[in-house]
Design a protein. Sequence first.
Length: 64
Amino acid sequence: MKKNDEKTSIVFLQNGPIQVSGSIQISGQYGEKKTEETIHLCRCGESKNKPYCDGSHKTSGFKG
């Protein structure tokens, strides 16, 4: 677990997902999740586990 004084970071991985680390709260049509870890969010639009990355970018030819 990260300490409360650590900042949240967002990194766009080359040809891959968005990596978010730190204190995170996600809410919306896909439910709600609060965590203090690293998550990977889909950027290619092909994940079967949206909003989370399931590795589909590797076979979909996503470039970004």
